[in-house]
Design a protein around this ligand. Structure first.
Ligand code: ADP
Ligand code: MG
Length: 344
Protein backbone atom coordinates (compact mmCIF):
# COMPACT_ATOMS: atom_id res chain seq x y z
CA UNK A 1 0.00 0.00 0.00
CA UNK A 2 1.06 3.58 -0.59
CA UNK A 3 2.21 6.01 2.08
CA UNK A 4 -0.23 7.38 4.59
CA UNK A 5 -0.61 11.12 4.29
CA UNK A 6 -3.34 11.68 6.84
CA UNK A 7 -4.08 9.78 10.02
CA UNK A 8 -7.32 10.38 11.92
CA UNK A 9 -7.58 8.54 15.22
CA UNK A 10 -10.47 8.34 17.72
CA UNK A 11 -11.61 11.78 16.60
CA UNK A 12 -14.40 13.35 18.63
CA UNK A 13 -15.88 16.74 17.78
CA UNK A 14 -18.71 18.41 19.69
CA UNK A 15 -20.64 21.66 19.43
CA UNK A 16 -21.80 23.68 22.41
CA UNK A 17 -25.45 24.68 22.16
CA UNK A 18 -28.03 26.00 24.61
CA UNK A 19 -29.59 22.56 24.75
CA UNK A 20 -26.25 20.88 25.55
CA UNK A 21 -23.33 19.50 23.53
CA UNK A 22 -24.07 18.05 20.10
CA UNK A 23 -21.72 15.09 19.68
CA UNK A 24 -21.27 15.35 15.94
CA UNK A 25 -18.22 13.08 15.59
CA UNK A 26 -17.96 10.37 18.22
CA UNK A 27 -14.73 8.50 17.65
CA UNK A 28 -13.68 8.20 14.02
CA UNK A 29 -10.53 6.44 12.91
CA UNK A 30 -9.28 6.30 9.34
CA UNK A 31 -6.20 6.91 7.21
CA UNK A 32 -5.78 8.52 3.83
CA UNK A 33 -3.14 7.18 1.45
CA UNK A 34 -1.25 9.01 -1.24
CA UNK A 35 -3.13 9.38 -4.51
CA UNK A 36 -6.29 7.55 -3.42
CA UNK A 37 -9.90 8.65 -3.37
CA UNK A 38 -11.68 7.90 -0.12
CA UNK A 39 -15.43 8.44 -0.20
CA UNK A 40 -17.33 9.20 2.99
CA UNK A 41 -20.99 8.25 2.74
CA UNK A 42 -23.94 8.33 5.11
CA UNK A 43 -27.30 9.98 5.67
CA UNK A 44 -27.58 13.69 6.27
CA UNK A 45 -26.42 14.65 9.76
CA UNK A 46 -24.06 11.68 10.19
CA UNK A 47 -21.00 13.90 10.68
CA UNK A 48 -19.41 13.83 7.23
CA UNK A 49 -18.97 17.59 6.84
CA UNK A 50 -17.87 18.06 10.44
CA UNK A 51 -15.20 15.38 9.94
CA UNK A 52 -13.63 17.17 6.99
CA UNK A 53 -14.03 20.61 8.51
CA UNK A 54 -12.15 19.27 11.53
CA UNK A 55 -9.35 18.21 9.17
CA UNK A 56 -9.32 21.71 7.67
CA UNK A 57 -9.33 23.35 11.09
CA UNK A 58 -12.58 25.04 10.10
CA UNK A 59 -14.91 24.18 12.97
CA UNK A 60 -17.69 26.65 13.71
CA UNK A 61 -16.95 28.84 16.72
CA UNK A 62 -19.12 26.71 19.02
CA UNK A 63 -17.28 23.55 17.95
CA UNK A 64 -14.30 21.95 19.67
CA UNK A 65 -12.02 18.92 19.39
CA UNK A 66 -13.11 16.78 22.29
CA UNK A 67 -10.69 13.92 21.83
CA UNK A 68 -8.46 12.11 19.37
CA UNK A 69 -5.91 13.11 16.82
CA UNK A 70 -5.51 14.29 13.21
CA UNK A 71 -1.94 13.91 12.00
CA UNK A 72 -0.81 15.52 8.76
CA UNK A 73 2.87 15.71 7.79
CA UNK A 74 3.94 15.47 11.41
CA UNK A 75 1.49 18.16 12.53
CA UNK A 76 -1.24 17.54 15.08
CA UNK A 77 -4.07 19.51 13.50
CA UNK A 78 -6.30 19.41 16.59
CA UNK A 79 -3.68 21.41 18.48
CA UNK A 80 -2.56 23.84 15.79
CA UNK A 81 -2.79 27.58 16.11
CA UNK A 82 -5.00 29.29 13.53
CA UNK A 83 -1.97 31.07 12.04
CA UNK A 84 -0.18 27.78 11.31
CA UNK A 85 -3.35 26.10 10.19
CA UNK A 86 -3.80 28.91 7.71
CA UNK A 87 -0.63 27.90 5.90
CA UNK A 88 -1.82 24.31 5.57
CA UNK A 89 -5.33 25.17 4.54
CA UNK A 90 -5.56 26.08 0.91
CA UNK A 91 -1.90 25.22 0.55
CA UNK A 92 -1.52 21.55 1.31
CA UNK A 93 -5.14 20.71 1.95
CA UNK A 94 -7.77 22.35 -0.24
CA UNK A 95 -11.50 22.03 -0.11
CA UNK A 96 -14.39 22.46 -2.52
CA UNK A 97 -17.95 22.81 -1.34
CA UNK A 98 -21.38 21.92 -2.63
CA UNK A 99 -22.27 25.39 -3.79
CA UNK A 100 -19.55 26.88 -6.00
CA UNK A 101 -20.91 30.40 -5.46
CA UNK A 102 -19.85 30.33 -1.81
CA UNK A 103 -16.20 29.98 -2.87
CA UNK A 104 -16.22 32.51 -5.72
CA UNK A 105 -16.28 36.28 -5.46
CA UNK A 106 -19.10 37.56 -7.70
CA UNK A 107 -17.46 40.98 -8.07
CA UNK A 108 -14.13 39.76 -9.44
CA UNK A 109 -13.32 38.15 -12.80
CA UNK A 110 -12.45 34.49 -12.67
CA UNK A 111 -8.98 35.28 -14.00
CA UNK A 112 -8.32 37.82 -11.26
CA UNK A 113 -9.48 35.38 -8.56
CA UNK A 114 -7.25 32.65 -9.91
CA UNK A 115 -4.17 34.83 -10.29
CA UNK A 116 -4.68 36.29 -6.79
CA UNK A 117 -4.86 32.79 -5.34
CA UNK A 118 -1.74 31.74 -7.23
CA UNK A 119 0.17 34.84 -6.08
CA UNK A 120 -0.88 34.15 -2.51
CA UNK A 121 0.71 30.72 -2.57
CA UNK A 122 3.64 31.15 -4.95
CA UNK A 123 6.34 33.71 -5.45
CA UNK A 124 5.59 34.51 -9.08
CA UNK A 125 5.43 37.51 -11.41
CA UNK A 126 2.15 38.83 -12.75
CA UNK A 127 2.82 37.22 -16.11
CA UNK A 128 3.68 33.85 -14.56
CA UNK A 129 0.53 33.96 -12.42
CA UNK A 130 -1.54 34.75 -15.51
CA UNK A 131 -0.03 31.88 -17.48
CA UNK A 132 -0.57 29.49 -14.62
CA UNK A 133 -4.19 30.57 -14.32
CA UNK A 134 -4.75 29.90 -18.03
CA UNK A 135 -3.15 26.47 -17.60
CA UNK A 136 -5.42 25.70 -14.68
CA UNK A 137 -8.53 26.61 -16.66
CA UNK A 138 -7.26 24.35 -19.41
CA UNK A 139 -6.61 21.62 -16.88
CA UNK A 140 -10.25 21.65 -15.77
CA UNK A 141 -11.22 21.44 -19.44
CA UNK A 142 -12.96 24.75 -19.93
CA UNK A 143 -12.74 25.81 -23.60
CA UNK A 144 -11.16 29.13 -24.60
CA UNK A 145 -9.38 29.71 -21.28
CA UNK A 146 -7.84 33.08 -22.19
CA UNK A 147 -11.19 34.74 -22.92
CA UNK A 148 -12.91 32.98 -20.01
CA UNK A 149 -10.36 34.61 -17.69
CA UNK A 150 -12.03 37.98 -18.27
CA UNK A 151 -15.51 36.82 -17.28
CA UNK A 152 -17.34 36.96 -13.96
CA UNK A 153 -18.70 33.91 -12.10
CA UNK A 154 -22.30 34.63 -13.11
CA UNK A 155 -21.29 34.27 -16.75
CA UNK A 156 -20.50 30.60 -16.15
CA UNK A 157 -23.00 27.73 -15.91
CA UNK A 158 -23.22 25.75 -12.65
CA UNK A 159 -20.98 22.98 -13.93
CA UNK A 160 -18.40 25.42 -15.34
CA UNK A 161 -18.40 27.32 -12.06
CA UNK A 162 -17.65 24.15 -10.16
CA UNK A 163 -14.75 23.57 -12.58
CA UNK A 164 -13.40 27.02 -11.72
CA UNK A 165 -13.67 26.20 -8.02
CA UNK A 166 -11.70 23.02 -8.64
CA UNK A 167 -9.09 25.04 -10.55
CA UNK A 168 -8.84 27.44 -7.59
CA UNK A 169 -8.41 24.54 -5.19
CA UNK A 170 -5.65 23.11 -7.37
CA UNK A 171 -3.87 26.47 -7.75
CA UNK A 172 -1.72 25.77 -4.71
CA UNK A 173 -0.95 22.17 -5.70
CA UNK A 174 -2.49 20.60 -2.60
CA UNK A 175 -1.61 17.11 -1.40
CA UNK A 176 -5.17 16.53 -0.28
CA UNK A 177 -8.30 17.73 -2.04
CA UNK A 178 -11.50 17.54 -0.02
CA UNK A 179 -14.76 17.66 -1.95
CA UNK A 180 -17.90 18.00 0.17
CA UNK A 181 -20.86 16.98 -1.99
CA UNK A 182 -19.36 18.87 -4.97
CA UNK A 183 -21.95 17.65 -7.44
CA UNK A 184 -25.12 17.64 -5.32
CA UNK A 185 -26.35 20.98 -6.65
CA UNK A 186 -25.76 20.00 -10.28
CA UNK A 187 -28.00 18.07 -12.66
CA UNK A 188 -27.18 14.46 -13.40
CA UNK A 189 -25.28 14.81 -16.70
CA UNK A 190 -23.17 17.68 -15.38
CA UNK A 191 -22.52 15.65 -12.21
CA UNK A 192 -21.11 12.84 -14.32
CA UNK A 193 -18.82 15.26 -16.16
CA UNK A 194 -17.46 16.72 -12.94
CA UNK A 195 -16.87 13.21 -11.55
CA UNK A 196 -15.00 12.30 -14.72
CA UNK A 197 -12.94 15.45 -14.45
CA UNK A 198 -12.06 14.72 -10.84
CA UNK A 199 -10.99 11.21 -11.76
CA UNK A 200 -8.79 12.55 -14.59
CA UNK A 201 -7.22 15.13 -12.30
CA UNK A 202 -6.48 12.54 -9.66
CA UNK A 203 -4.65 10.47 -12.26
CA UNK A 204 -2.79 13.47 -13.66
CA UNK A 205 -1.83 15.15 -10.40
CA UNK A 206 -1.68 12.23 -7.98
CA UNK A 207 -3.55 14.24 -5.35
CA UNK A 208 -5.38 12.32 -2.60
CA UNK A 209 -9.10 13.03 -2.52
CA UNK A 210 -11.69 12.81 0.23
CA UNK A 211 -15.03 12.79 -1.51
CA UNK A 212 -18.19 13.24 0.54
CA UNK A 213 -21.52 12.24 -0.89
CA UNK A 214 -24.84 10.75 0.12
CA UNK A 215 -25.20 9.38 -3.42
CA UNK A 216 -23.92 5.81 -3.67
CA UNK A 217 -24.10 5.90 -7.45
CA UNK A 218 -21.47 8.63 -7.41
CA UNK A 219 -19.29 6.67 -4.99
CA UNK A 220 -19.11 3.68 -7.30
CA UNK A 221 -17.59 5.93 -9.97
CA UNK A 222 -14.96 7.69 -7.89
CA UNK A 223 -13.85 5.85 -4.81
CA UNK A 224 -10.96 3.50 -4.22
CA UNK A 225 -12.15 3.07 -0.66
CA UNK A 226 -15.40 3.92 1.12
CA UNK A 227 -16.07 4.90 4.73
CA UNK A 228 -19.68 4.58 5.87
CA UNK A 229 -20.67 7.00 8.64
CA UNK A 230 -23.60 6.71 10.98
CA UNK A 231 -24.40 8.98 13.94
CA UNK A 232 -20.87 10.37 14.14
CA UNK A 233 -18.99 7.10 13.73
CA UNK A 234 -17.45 5.17 10.89
CA UNK A 235 -19.40 1.93 11.03
CA UNK A 236 -17.70 0.27 8.06
CA UNK A 237 -14.69 0.99 5.88
CA UNK A 238 -13.20 -0.95 2.99
CA UNK A 239 -12.33 -0.94 -0.68
CA UNK A 240 -15.18 -0.02 -3.03
CA UNK A 241 -15.64 -3.68 -3.94
CA UNK A 242 -15.73 -4.74 -0.31
CA UNK A 243 -18.35 -2.15 0.59
CA UNK A 244 -20.49 -2.60 -2.50
CA UNK A 245 -20.36 -6.37 -2.86
CA UNK A 246 -19.52 -7.72 0.56
CA UNK A 247 -20.79 -5.32 3.25
CA UNK A 248 -21.16 -6.48 6.86
CA UNK A 249 -22.82 -3.68 8.84
CA UNK A 250 -26.65 -3.68 8.87
CA UNK A 251 -26.55 0.07 8.20
CA UNK A 252 -24.44 -0.50 5.08
CA UNK A 253 -26.96 -3.18 4.07
CA UNK A 254 -29.69 -0.60 4.47
CA UNK A 255 -27.83 1.96 2.36
CA UNK A 256 -27.08 -0.60 -0.32
CA UNK A 257 -30.65 -1.86 -0.57
CA UNK A 258 -31.81 1.71 -1.04
CA UNK A 259 -29.51 2.09 -4.04
CA UNK A 260 -30.97 1.52 -7.50
CA UNK A 261 -29.19 -1.22 -9.46
CA UNK A 262 -29.79 -4.59 -11.13
CA UNK A 263 -30.84 -6.42 -7.98
CA UNK A 264 -33.16 -3.83 -6.49
CA UNK A 265 -35.09 -3.62 -9.79
CA UNK A 266 -36.60 -0.31 -8.85
CA UNK A 267 -37.96 -1.63 -5.56
CA UNK A 268 -36.03 0.66 -3.28
CA UNK A 269 -36.20 -0.05 0.40
CA UNK A 270 -35.78 3.04 2.52
CA UNK A 271 -34.18 2.50 5.91
CA UNK A 272 -37.01 2.74 8.48
CA UNK A 273 -36.81 5.28 11.29
CA UNK A 274 -34.57 8.30 11.70
CA UNK A 275 -31.00 8.85 12.91
CA UNK A 276 -30.57 9.48 16.65
CA UNK A 277 -30.38 12.89 18.24
CA UNK A 278 -26.69 13.62 18.76
CA UNK A 279 -27.45 15.73 21.84
CA UNK A 280 -28.21 12.41 23.54
CA UNK A 281 -26.68 9.67 21.41
CA UNK A 282 -27.80 6.17 22.38
CA UNK A 283 -25.51 3.84 24.30
CA UNK A 284 -24.11 1.00 22.22
CA UNK A 285 -24.60 0.61 18.48
CA UNK A 286 -26.48 3.77 17.45
CA UNK A 287 -28.10 1.91 14.56
CA UNK A 288 -29.62 -0.79 16.79
CA UNK A 289 -32.93 1.06 17.18
CA UNK A 290 -33.48 0.90 13.42
CA UNK A 291 -32.01 -2.54 12.84
CA UNK A 292 -33.91 -5.81 12.63
CA UNK A 293 -30.62 -7.55 13.38
CA UNK A 294 -30.08 -5.84 16.74
CA UNK A 295 -29.05 -7.97 19.71
CA UNK A 296 -29.14 -7.17 23.41
CA UNK A 297 -25.51 -6.16 23.53
CA UNK A 298 -26.14 -3.54 20.82
CA UNK A 299 -28.10 -1.53 23.39
CA UNK A 300 -25.38 -1.84 26.02
CA UNK A 301 -21.98 -1.47 24.47
CA UNK A 302 -20.63 0.11 21.28
CA UNK A 303 -19.07 -2.48 19.00
CA UNK A 304 -15.38 -2.11 18.10
CA UNK A 305 -14.27 -2.17 14.45
CA UNK A 306 -13.87 -5.87 13.67
CA UNK A 307 -11.31 -6.77 11.05
CA UNK A 308 -12.63 -8.59 7.98
CA UNK A 309 -9.57 -8.18 5.73
CA UNK A 310 -6.43 -6.05 5.67
CA UNK A 311 -8.57 -3.28 4.15
CA UNK A 312 -12.05 -4.04 5.47
CA UNK A 313 -13.43 -3.29 8.95
CA UNK A 314 -16.97 -3.08 10.34
CA UNK A 315 -18.28 -2.03 13.75
CA UNK A 316 -21.06 -4.52 14.37
CA UNK A 317 -21.43 -7.13 17.09
CA UNK A 318 -22.63 -9.52 14.36
CA UNK A 319 -18.95 -10.07 13.63
CA UNK A 320 -18.23 -11.26 17.14
CA UNK A 321 -17.35 -14.95 17.21
CA UNK A 322 -20.27 -15.72 19.56
CA UNK A 323 -22.85 -13.81 17.52
CA UNK A 324 -25.53 -15.81 15.73
CA UNK A 325 -25.02 -16.17 11.98
CA UNK A 326 -27.56 -14.00 10.21
CA UNK A 327 -28.44 -13.80 6.53
CA UNK A 328 -28.20 -10.32 5.00
CA UNK A 329 -31.14 -8.95 2.98
CA UNK A 330 -31.73 -10.87 -0.26
CA UNK A 331 -30.52 -7.96 -2.39
CA UNK A 332 -27.15 -7.97 -0.63
CA UNK A 333 -26.77 -11.73 -1.04
CA UNK A 334 -27.66 -11.53 -4.75
CA UNK A 335 -25.24 -8.69 -5.35
CA UNK A 336 -22.46 -10.64 -3.68
CA UNK A 337 -23.22 -13.70 -5.81
CA UNK A 338 -23.24 -11.66 -8.99
CA UNK A 339 -19.91 -10.12 -8.05
CA UNK A 340 -18.25 -13.45 -7.34
CA UNK A 341 -19.50 -14.74 -10.72
CA UNK A 342 -18.05 -11.70 -12.50
CA UNK A 343 -14.71 -11.82 -10.71
CA UNK A 344 -14.15 -15.58 -11.24
N1 ADP B 1 -22.18 24.67 14.45
C1 ADP B 1 -22.93 23.64 14.87
N2 ADP B 1 -23.62 23.72 16.03
C2 ADP B 1 -24.37 22.68 16.46
N3 ADP B 1 -24.50 21.52 15.81
C3 ADP B 1 -23.84 21.38 14.63
C4 ADP B 1 -23.02 22.43 14.10
N4 ADP B 1 -22.50 22.01 12.93
C5 ADP B 1 -22.95 20.73 12.74
N5 ADP B 1 -23.75 20.37 13.76
C6 ADP B 1 -24.43 19.06 13.93
O1 ADP B 1 -23.48 18.03 13.75
C7 ADP B 1 -24.09 16.89 13.15
C8 ADP B 1 -23.30 16.46 11.93
O2 ADP B 1 -23.43 17.44 10.93
P1 ADP B 1 -22.74 17.34 9.49
O3 ADP B 1 -21.33 16.88 9.63
O4 ADP B 1 -22.96 18.62 8.81
O5 ADP B 1 -23.59 16.17 8.78
P2 ADP B 1 -23.47 15.65 7.29
O6 ADP B 1 -22.42 16.43 6.56
O7 ADP B 1 -23.13 14.19 7.41
O8 ADP B 1 -24.83 15.82 6.70
C9 ADP B 1 -25.52 17.27 12.84
O9 ADP B 1 -26.33 16.79 13.87
C10 ADP B 1 -25.48 18.79 12.86
O10 ADP B 1 -26.71 19.32 13.22
MG1 MG C 1 -22.60 17.70 4.95
Amino acid sequence: MKDKILEVKDLEVSFRTYAGDVQAVRGSTFDLYEGETLAIVGESGSGKSVTVKAIMGLLATNGYYKNGSIMFEGNEITEMKERDMHSIRGNKIAMIFQDPMTSLDPTMTVGKQLTETIKLHHDVTKKEAHDRAVNLIELVEIPEPASRMKQYPHQFSGGMRQRIVIAMALACEPRILIADEPTTALDVTIQAQIIELMNDLKEKLGVAVIFITHDLGVVANVADRVAVMYAGRIVEIGTSNEIFYNPYHPYTWGLMTSMPDLETEGKLLAIPGTPPNLLHPPVGDAFALRSEYAMEIDFEEAPPLFKISETHYAATWLLHEYAPKVTPPAIIVKRKERFSEVSE
